[in-house]
Design a protein around this ligand. Sequence first.
Ligand SMILES: Nc1ncnc2c1ncn2[C@@H]1O[C@H](COP(=O)(O)OP(=O)(O)O)[C@@H](O)[C@H]1O
Ligand SMILES: [Mg+2]
Length: 281
Amino acid sequence: MIKVNNLTFSYTKKSFIRDLSFSVFEGEIFGFLGPSGAGKSTLQKILLGMLPGYQGSAIVNGTECREHKSDFYESIGVDFEFSTMYDKLSAKENLLFFSSLYGRKSRSVDELLRMVGLENDTDKRVSDYSKGMKSRLNFIKALVHDPKLLFLDEPTSGLDPTNSRLMKDIILEEKKRGKTILLTTHNMQDAAELCDRVAFIVGGQIFALDSPHNLIMSKGAAKVSYTWNDNGEQTASCPLDRLSEDKLLNKLIAENRLLSIHSSEPTLNDIFIEITGRTLV
Ligand SMILES: Nc1ncnc2c1ncn2[C@@H]1O[C@H](COP(=O)(O)OP(=O)(O)O)[C@@H](O)[C@H]1O
Ligand SMILES: [Mg+2]
C-alpha cells in the first residue's frame, strides 16, 4: 500500500529526513512512534503529497507522492494533528460539507457523530467545541467518505482516558473493516495496543521497525525483581535467564528472607530508550 525507498527531505539546507526506507502492507496498522519533533508529521505530509520536494521514492496506492492527482484524495482519509474545521459551522454542517467534496458515497454523518459520542452536539458551532470534542470531530471527518487508507496524526492526543479508549476501539474496528491505517503517536501504550508494526523515529531517522512484540522480545530479557529486609526494605533485580548466577538472590532464598519477588517484561518505552537513547516525551 505504501513503499518508501531512500527518502530524503529537508525544510532547510540541512537534510532532516535521511535515506528512509520502509513499506506498509494492506490491512495493517502501521505506527510512527517518536518524541515531539522526530519528523512523524513531516513523513505523513510527504506521503499525503503535501511536501513534494523530496528525494528518493515514496509510493502510495501505486503512485509516486509528488505526482498525486486529486483522485488520490478520494481513497484516503486524513486526521491532521490540528482541527481543520470551519469554526462558524456546526459539527454536522462541517461533515456534510466535507463529504459533499467527494465523489464517493458517504457514510451516515449522524452515525459517525454517534460513534464518537457527539450525538447531542451535532448542531453546536465548532467554535463552541472543547479541544477533545474538536479532536473527535476531526477524526470522523477522515472517515466520512469511507476511504481505504487512513492517515491519523496523534489521534488520541489530548483526549481523556474514556475518549482515548473510544477512539482506539474505532481505529481497531476500521482495521477489521479492511482499512490500512498509518498513525503517528508519542504514546507507547497506544502504539503497543494498536499497531501491527511500529517504526521508532528520532531526528528523521528510523531506529527500529518491527511488531511491538518482536521489538520487546528482541532486546528485553525479562527481569526478576525482589525485595528483602536489611535495616529497611532493599530491592534488587536480575535477568530471568540468569537467576542461578545471582548469589544474593540464592542466599536470600536459602535463608527464606525474601519479602517479595516478581518477574516483568520490559515495556515498549524501555526498548525505545534502549534503542534510540531518547525518551518519548
Ligand atoms: N514547515 C516547516 N518549516 C520548517 N521546519 C519545520 C516545518 N514543519 C516542521 N518543521 C520542523 O521539522 C521537525 C519535525 O517536525 P514534525 O514532523 O512536526 O515532528 P513530529 O510530528 O514528530 O513532532 C521539527 O524540528 C519542526 O520544527
Ligand atoms: Mg507531529
